[in-house]
Design a protein. Structure first.
Length: 365
């Protein structure tokens, strides 16, 4: 028996076991098993990222390839970048309605559906990628996430993390909290609300507008992602100061969402494949960001006219105070958001204590 035949035989055997386990111990017929293996699935995946977008768009295509390979061709997924099938910010509604079987993006884009979505993406002064994975996979976060999305006919799994971001590009120094007053900055989500409390103006701009807006002075500053994507965007050519840390997005989770009805109709082995491929995607994206950001930060350092700066502890403490106010206000909007906030905040406070005794001491060596 060659390798391909062995794999197919293994899938058939596994499929038989799934059927036997799911039919109250009734005997699975050969027809059942054949149907399980032979039925083909062709799904559409819509994304919030431009076509072939570095790392994020690449990961979506890798996910489709992995699913194809693991299912031995039984499931094929066609990936559509933002604008190819639907606009990027319509992904949630498209998957919820069944217009597409699955989508990829970040949950904070859907804050208009429920404020609680933002806890499953990025919270200012929240947790890093490793800690977010711990909360989601092992601290009850995933159950809350799926409870929320079920109301919209969806189910979601983590599918990546941008890791620690940078604080943004500025054309003036930020020496005190007062330097944020009157500042027009491209910054979305909760970070934008914090900036507003500091006296700034949060401006929403799509990715393809940011460079031109910054160059022409429509905005005074912008955050984006991290050194890799920032370098590719060319911000070092038009902004002088590159600040850290990315207090507004310390570990932004990315998601694969599936239409719940379509997902539940799948045979058990394909559900496992989708969840497993999502977990692999999560690891790949984190690894890719860490490697690329390290490489491209060194390139930015070598650019003439760019100064790397750090926000002062005093500025960060005030921004954290404003963040606490924003989160308390958001938690008061409805009982479910309060429930998610309590879970997130409790886990964050507990894991900070562990980090203080472990990684913090290690990195100070």
């Amino acid at each position: 028996m060659d390798r391909k035949q062995f794999i197919k035989a293994s899938v058939v055997t596994a499929g038989a076991g799934i059927l036997l386990g799911g039919c109250n111990n009734q005997a699975a017929t050969n027809q059942d098993i054949t149907s399980l293996i032979q039925k083909k699935y062709n799904w559409k995946m819509v994304t919030t990222w431009p076509p072939n977008f570095p790392v994020l768009g690449e990961a979506c295509q890798l996910f489709a390839d992995w699913v194809d390979q693991m299912s031995l061709g039984q499931m094929k997924i066609k990936v559509y970048g933002a604008g190819e099938l639907i606009p990027g910010l319509e992904v949630f509604d498209a998957v919820s309605s069944g217009a597409a079987e699955m989508g990829n993006g970040a949950a904070y884009y859907w804050a208009g559906k429920s404020p609680a979505t933002q806890f499953f993406a990025a919270v200012p002064f929240g947790m890093n990628a490793q800690q977010m994975n711990a909360w989601i996979y092992s601290g009850g976060g995933l159950a809350l996430w799926q409870e929320l999305y079920k109301k919209f006919g969806l189910i979601a799994f983590p599918a990546g993390n941008t890791t620690m971001q940078m604080g943004g590009w500025f054309n003036k120094e930020i020496n005190t909290i007062d330097d944020f007053k009157g500042l027009k900055m491209r910054i979305p989500g909760l970070g934008g609300k914090v900036l507003t409390k500091a006296g700034g103006t949060a401006v929403l701009s799509s990715g393809n507008e940011i460079y031109t807006n910054l160059e022409r002075g429509v905005i005074d500053a912008t955050e984006w992602i991290g050194p890799y994507h920032d370098y590719v965007m060319g911000f070092h050519k038009i902004a002088k100061y590159y600040y850290s840390p990315g207090w507004h997005e310390p570990g932004s989770v990315l998601e694969n969402m599936f239409n719940l009805k379509e997902f539940e109709a799948l045979p058990a082995h394909l559900k496992v494949i989708l969840e497993t491929a999502s977990a692999r995607m999560n690891l790949w994206v984190i690894s890719e960001f860490e490697a690329k950001n390290n490489e491209y930060l060194n390139k930015i350092k070598a650019e003439k006219g760019v100064e790397l700066r750090k926000f002062s502890p005093e500025i960060l403490q005030i921004l954290k105070k404003y963040t606490d106010e924003v989160l308390h206000e958001m938690a008061a909007t409805d009982s479910f958001t309060k429930k998610v906030y309590d879970s997130f905040n409790t886990f964050r406070n507990d894991i900070k204590s562990w980090a203080a005794y472990s990684e913090k001491l290690y990195h100070e060596l």
